[in-house]
Design a protein around this ligand. Structure first.
Ligand code: GLU
Length: 385
């Protein structure tokens, strides 16, 4: 597991955060193999999360269970095969019930929860990506446990993530998590299907996801959730390439979350294959608005290139080109050198109005603000010193 890291999501963050975890809970885990959401499991979960938070960790849950909760509420046989519109109805009914259970049980342990329902489009569109990241990061800074699910009621085939395994990997990348823990009803990745092959062995570590791993993953799954091992490996592949280590383990293993957080080797471990800054840099630079141009003064040039600071409105002299919030813009020194690129929190028309102003003046000019940083340090790639 990664060593303790000082997360840089906020420049004013003073405390050292040990690690940021995303825990993915499948339907088969939340029902504990029964036909209903298993309340004692939620209690267990709350207990473990409290211990993690007390140790200074941050936790985000990606939780399935809406469809199961909807079926439970409507009295439908949980094994009943349903088409997509019907599933969406079950999810719409079940999501509030699922959150109600989380809220009631987590409150007993002093945990505040927040719900975020996402779609693939929310994570593809840079503006919404930024909004989702800001909200989740702020929740964590406030000590709130975000609980995420796919927004099943509004998704259609094109914008569906489709399974919460992949959603959890996208979320882990979104918030720069250190570890994604995928909890399921099997102990980890086996060398063969353990239900049919007595020689199947648990694989402790998968450093590289190659053809052999994909072949092993094919075909195994459960009837209650949507993902089998295939989608878990897809998620591991995606997360490790975003700088997030992954563990796939059994949800019923006692204290599994706390033990994994303490570095105990349980289940199957996938080390990250890149670092967060590298993954983020690639992502930031992938789609730069070519004609964007923010010219900054000497003070801002030094602050950005030498002191690792964010870009504030006060340092901006000139803005040209049209761009939206969340797009990657080009930042120039007055002598014409391109010094940095980064995701802008403000669209070009807003920036023209606030260029040169102090951060505290932004709200009186625009009527709103997205915070003092025009381009946050974490969202910036410095090109020349
Ligand atoms: N979003 C679905 C639910 O809450 C589950 C999808 C999945 O488990 O992959 O029931």
């Amino acid at each position: 597991m990664n060593s303790p890291s000082l997360l840089q999501s906020s420049e004013c963050r003073a405390v050292q955060i040990m690690s940021r975890f995303v825990v993915k809970l499948g339907t088969s885990v939340l029902t504990a193999g029964t036909d209903r959401l298993h309340r004692p499991y939620f209690v267990e979960l709350a207990r473990q999360i409290v211990r993690l938070k007390d140790a200074g960790h941050e936790v985000v849950l990606v939780s399935s269970g809406a469809v199961a909760a909807g079926k439970e509420r409507l009295g439908v046989n949980p094994h009943h095969r349903s088409n997509i519109p019907l599933k969406q109805v079950f999810a719409a009914v079940g999501q509030s019930r699922l959150m109600h259970i989380y809220e009631q049980i987590f409150e007993l342990y002093g945990l505040q929860v927040a719900q975020a329902l996402l779609t693939r489009d929310d994570l593809r569109d840079r503006r919404r990506y930024l909004n989702a990241r800001n909200t989740l990061t702020l929740c964590l800074e406030q000590g709130i446990v975000p609980i995420i699910n796919e927004n099943d009621a509004v998704v259609t085939a094109e914008i569906r993530v489709g399974d919460n395994d992949n959603l959890s990997a996208l979320v882990a990348g979104l918030i720069d998590a250190d570890l994604l823990l995928i909890l399921t009803d099997i102990d980890g990745v086996y060398s063969a299907d353990p239900r049919s092959d007595p020689n199947a062995e648990l694989i402790r570590e998968i450093p590289v996801i190659d053809e052999r791993v994909w072949a092993i993953a094919g075909g195994s799954g459960t009837h209650r959730g949507t993902g089998g091992m295939q989608t878990k490996i897809q998620a591991a592949d995606l997360a490790t390439r975003s700088g997030v280590a992954v563990v796939i383990a059994a949800g019923h293993e006692p204290d599994v979350i706390v033990r994994v957080a303490n570095g105990e080797r349980i289940g199957t471990f996938f080390p990250a294959t890149t670092t967060h800054p590298d993954a983020r840099q690639r992502w930031i630079l992938a789609e730069t608005v070519r004609h964007s141009r923010i010219v900054v003064d000497e003070g801002a040039t030094t602050a950005l290139t030498r002191h690792g600071k964010s870009l504030l409105a006060a340092g901006i002299c000139e803005v040209s080109g049209e761009f939206d919030r969340g797009q990657t813009v080009r930042i120039f020194a007055r002598d014409g050198r391109e010094i940095a690129r980064g995701l802008t929190q403000y669209r070009s028309s807003d920036l023209r109005m606030i260029a040169g102003l102090r951060s505290s003046q932004i709200v009186s000019v625009l009527g709103y603000d997205y915070g003092p940083e025009v381009v946050h340090r974490d969202d910036m790639v410095v090109l020349s010193g």
